[in-house]
Design a protein around this ligand. Structure first.
Ligand code: NAP
Length: 252
C-alpha cells in the first residue's frame, strides 16, 4: 500500500503567500486543502497546480473570522483528504492604510476579527484535532506573522502591526501548551512580499516599490521564498524546533 501523504490545511491559500505554500507543499509530497473567502477561481487555479504535482487537493470556502466556518473547513478537509497533520494559519488583511487617529472603526475591527480572532479559531481547532491529548496524531502549526509586529507600521496601519504582535504571542504560548502533545507551533514573519495585499488591502499601489530602499537585500521578497521557510518548519528537518519565529524579510 502506498504511504499516506501528510495533509496540510492552509487558510487564505488561494492567492499570494498561501498559494505559494500550497504549491510547494504539493511538490514536496503533501496533500493540500486550501481555504479561500471569495475568489473561487483563484483557488481553482492553485488546485490545478497542486494536482499537477500529484497531490490530492481541495478548496474549502470560509470566512476565517467566523468560528463556524473554521470548524466546517476542517470537516471538509478531513472528509476529502483524511486527518489533517499540518496547519498554516495564513489568512490576513491590513485594511486601508493611514494613521490610527483617522482609521474607521470597521477597518480596525475587520483586521482584528480576521488576523487575531480568526487565527485563534484556527489554532484552537488545530489543537483540538492534532493534539495527541485529544486523540489526534500530532503534527505542526505554522502561523504567518509579519515584520510589522517588530516595526510597528507607524502612519500605515498600527492596528495591523498590533494584530501580528498577537500572532507572535500566540505562537510562543501555544508552542509550550502543545509541546507535550505531539504538535510543534512556529511562525514565519515575512517582510515586504510581492502579493496583492499591498494594492487590494491597503489601496496603495506604489507601496511595495517605495519600501525597496529600506530593505538591506534591496529587493521585494517573493511568496515562494516565504513558502520555503514554512515548508522547513513543517518538515521533520525542524523536528527540534518549536516556538520559533523566522524573519524572512531581506534583512529588514
Ligand atoms: P493576499 O495576497 O491578499 O492573499 C490573502 C489570502 O487570504 C487570499 O487567499 C484571500 O482569499 C484570503 N482571505 C482574506 N480574508 C479572508 C478571510 N476572512 N477568510 C479566509 N480567507 C481570507 O495576502 P498575502 O500577502 O499572501 O498575505 C498572507 C499572509 O501573510 C497574511 O497573514 C499577511 O498579513 C501576511 N504578510 C504578508 C506580507 C506581504 O508583504 N505580502 C508581509 C508580511 C505578512 P480571497 O481572495 O478569496 O478573499
Amino acid at each position: 500500500m502506498p504511504l499516506k501523504r501528510p495533509v496540510v490545511l492552509i487558510t487564505g491559500g488561494s492567492r499570494g503567500i498561501g498559494a505559494a505554500v500550497a504549491q510547494l507543499a504539493a511538490a514536496r509530497g503533501y496533500d493540500v486543502a486550501i481555504n479561500f473567502k471569495s475568489d473561487r477561481e483563484a483557488a481553482e487555479r492553485v488546485l490545478e497546480v497542486c494536482r499537477a504535482s500529484g497531490a490530492a487537493a481541495i478548496a474549502a470556502q470560509g470566512d476565517m473570522a467566523l468560528e463556524e466556518d473554521v470548524a466546517r473547513m476542517f470537516d471538509e478537509a478531513e472528509a476529502a483528504l483524511g486527518r489533517v497533520s499540518h496547519v498554516v494559519n495564513n489568512a490576513g488583511i491590513t485594511g486601508r492604510s493611514g494613521r490610527l487617529d483617522a482609521a474607521a472603526t470597521e477597518t480596525i475591527r475587520s483586521c482584528v476579527d480576521i488576523n487575531v480572532l480568526g487565527a485563534l479559531w484556527v489554532a484552537r481547532e488545530a489543537a483540538r484535532r492534532l493534539s495527541t491529548r485529544n486523540g489526534g496524531a500530532g503534527g505542526s502549526i505554522v502561523n504567518i506573522s509579519s515584520a510589522a509586529a517588530r516595526l510597528g507600521s507607524a502612519n500605515e496601519y498600527v492596528w495591523y502591526a498590533a494584530s501580528k504582535g498577537a500572532i507572535d504571542s500566540l505562537t510562543i504560548g501555544l508552542s509550550q501548551e502543545l509541546a507535550g502533545d505531539g504538535v510543534r507551533v512556529n511562525a514565519v514573519s515575512p517582510g515586504i512580499t510581492r502579493t496583492d495585499i499591498h494594492e487590494r488591502s491597503t489601496g496603495d499601489a506604489g507601496r511595495m516599490e517605495r519600501f525597496r530602499s529600506k530593505i538591506p537585500l534591496n529587493r521585494i521578497g517573493e511568496p515562494e521564498e516565504i513558502a520555503e521557510a514554512v515548508l522547513f518548519l513543517m518538515s521533520d528537518a525542524a523536528s527540534y524546533i518549536t516556538g520559533a519565529n523566522i524573519p524572512v524579510s531581506g534583512g529588514r
